[in-house]
Design a protein. Structure first.
Length: 195
């Protein structure tokens, strides 16, 4: 009974906070009317890119679910992880949606937008892989970039490439599904007679 009332694991709180960093930055960087001319904007954008993998990284934290469910109450653990993953997925979806809306307003064409979306999901998947298997953090990209690159290159393999592609495709599918669901709900809410 005492385990069921224990606090949320510290790592889960920390990873959730890190997942919200790109979301907060997306509201600052990609607001309508915002231009990307200042050095401050470009610095913020670099932080956004480095922090963006933190949002979907929470999906990989489900590797802890089985052990946590063994140690504690199953329903509490599943609910906790569900909330944790939902925050990360929504933060990622909103962050990239705001980025893509910004790029569309900047005049990127349809084909370029497809390339941008593939590129973003691919870069994020690489970031998640580097974080999960290399145990690197977002700030290591700024403080120790060559060590991160050297370490990632040392375990790069066809298997790692397959994992990146699979994760990127999964991210694309998740974000597309959430965006379609949002559009569908908005369309229903806007119907005459529904308030």
């Amino acid at each position: 009974m005492l385990r069921a009332l224990s606090p949320v694991p510290t790592w889960m709180v920390w990873n959730t906070m890190l997942a919200l960093v790109p979301l907060a930055l997306s509201f600052t960087l990609f607001s309508p009317g915002r231009r990307c001319r200042s050095m401050g904007w470009w610095f913020g954008f670099a932080v956004f890119v480095a922090a963006l993998p933190n949002a979907p990284y929470v999906l990989t934290d489900v590797i802890h679910l089985v052990d946590d469910a063994r140690d504690g109450v199953l329903i509490r653990t599943v609910l906790l992880y569900s909330g944790f993953v939902t925050v990360g997925v929504v933060a990622y979806t909103v962050s990239v949606a705001r980025l893509f809306a910004f790029l569309r307003r900047a005049g990127l064409g349809s084909l370029a937008m497809v390339g941008a979306e593939i590129g973003v999901h691919g870069v994020v998947a690489v970031g998640v892989l580097i974080g999960r298997y290399g145990r690197w953090n977002s700030w290591d990209a700024a403080t120790r970039p060559w060590a991160v690159v050297a370490d990632a290159a040392s375990w790069a393999s066809p298997r790692a490439l397959f994992a990146v592609v699979l994760f990127a495709v999964g991210l694309a599918m998740i974000t597309a599904t959430l965006r379609l669901a949002t559009v569908g709900v908005a369309a229903v809410v806007r119907r005459p007679g529904i308030r």
